[in-house]
Ligand binder design. Structure first.
Ligand SMILES: O=C(O)c1cc(C(=O)O)c2c(n1)C(=O)C(=O)c1cc(C(=O)O)[nH]c1-2
Length: 248
């Protein structure tokens, strides 16, 4: 290995270590969810709150693309928006998430209204959208690299939900099955782009900091969920309460 490719490999290893240490697959909420330990209301709270992340993802990708001057980069990025929004021919991730909402007994219109989302979830997700809109492109792309670690958690979630919860069928949790195909192509592109563009130590520090920030965005959402609906169970004013937003 020559010096340059060794430096590139070391930088990639540094990024991957951030995931090993900080990705939200280590959060206790996920252990509970995937092992069948959540009540249906706790699952509903997760579905309501996670919707806010889902619906903001294509908005942050649109904010990203609005700043990109290189048509090739925009072309590579735009399928992310279609993956979530769908197209005339194909259902997207947001519609699939609302199917999951329906399967757990929630009114999809209520979930899509984003009423009842925890304040800290809103703050964290909005911070991610602003970060991608305002920070240099390198940091914006690097912040998407948590998806390097997502296929593992999606596979665990598919297995755990199917094993433990009656609402879970391959149809109702198809959101995650689709992500298993969608995420690897996005993240392979994003990783190569970051490795190509973060050459100086300062750039590499900036990219690592952006990825760390993103792990915080994900972790903070689960902390908020845990504190409101698991323990100690302090539901903030205005946030979803069991019994609200159920399918008519
Ligand atoms: O279930 C998960 O743990 C999880 C994590 C992440 C992530 O790492 O940000 C994404 C997703 N799912 C996901 O489904 C998704 O579409 C997605 C897009 C992005 C992004 O930052 O552009 N992250 C994620």
């Amino acid at each position: 290995m020559n010096e340059m490719s060794a430096a590139r490999a070391a930088f990639e290893a540094r990024l991957r270590r951030i995931g090993e240490e900080r990705y939200h697959d280590r959060h206790p909420f996920h252990a509970l969810l995937h092992s069948g330990g959540c009540t249906i209301d706790q699952v509903r709270a997760w579905v309501v709150n996670r919707y806010y992340y889902q619906c903001r993802i294509p908005m942050k990708d649109a904010a990203f693309m609005s700043r990109v001057e290189d048509p090739a980069l925009r072309r590579a990025w735009r399928s992310r928006i279609e993956d979530h929004d769908g197209s005339e021919a194909r259902e997207g991730g947001i519609a699939r998430w609302l199917k999951l909402a329906e399967a757990v007994g929630l009114d999809p219109e209520y979930v899509a209204s984003a009423k009842g989302v925890l304040p800290a979830t809103r703050f964290a997700v909005d911070a991610y959208v602003r970060f991608v809109r305002d920070e240099p492109l390198l940091k914006a792309v690097a912040s998407s690299l948590t998806e390097l670690f997502a296929p593992k958690i999606h596979a665990e979630r598919i297995a755990g939900l199917l094993e433990h919860y009656e609402f879970a069928t391959s149809e109702t949790i198809s959101y995650f099955r689709h992500r298993l195909n969608e995420a690897p192509k996005d993240v392979q592109f994003g990783l190569t782009w970051v490795l190509d563009h973060a050459v100086t130590p300062a750039d590499q520090d900036a990219a690592a900091a952006a990825l760390t920030f993103k792990t915080d965005v994900l972790w903070a959402q689960l902390d908020a969920l845990y504190s409101a609906y698991i323990a100690p169970g302090n539901i903030p004013p205005g946030a979803w309460r069991p019994g609200e937003g159920l399918a008519p």
